[in-house]
Design a protein around this ligand. Sequence first.
Ligand code: TMP
Length: 214
Amino acid sequence: MSNARRGFFISFEGGDGAGKSSQITRLAEHLRAQGETVTLTREPGGSAGAEAIRKLLVEGAADRWGAMSEALLMYAARADHLDRVIKPALARGEIVISDRFADSTMAYQGIAGGLGDDAAARLSDLVVGAHQPDITLILDVPPKVGLARAGGRGDAENRFESKGEDYQEKVRQAFLKIASENATRCVVIDASADIEKVFSCVRRAVEMAIRAAR
Ligand code: TMP
């Protein structure tokens, strides 16, 4: 309350093709128009070292890594990203918007990938600790819709999409479980609606959370 420019950390989560990028771009524009300084970032990636690790994770054959190796690579990237980008930006009082964060490891590796939620939670405690997002927007779409959107991008970063619809359905259910267990931090938004409608839900949730935190 006392510091009008306390840093504020927003993460976006959801299955592949949920439409995070367009919502993030709009939200950043909206917040900047209100005079906020916004750092836009993403995972895996967001710092030079983490972007190098990203290439190992998102390209190549689906079975290139097992769930544990995948989770450790995600957390190696996350540790660097947190230390070099997220924490410094929050310390400067900025709003940080990250396209994915630790909930993705819980959903993709911990729950859908079979690593187990206990191992994913322990990695989170070790690396993220108290630096959890202030709010997490989970964009929810049926995997069929998400995979059709993601496939349309036609890039080389399709390793997780190539794991198929059953895996994506497990990821979807995992995010819904994470949301119900972290109800004060997470907001689930129906992302099959049109972009404008989704954005008005995103904007409303973020504005309420910022007001409550500051
Ligand atoms: P993106 O397509 O949203 O940039 O994310 C790249 C892929 O990485 C996406 O399919 C989800 C996956 N991922 C994980 O499996 N675990 C994680 O911790 C993160 C951050 C991403």
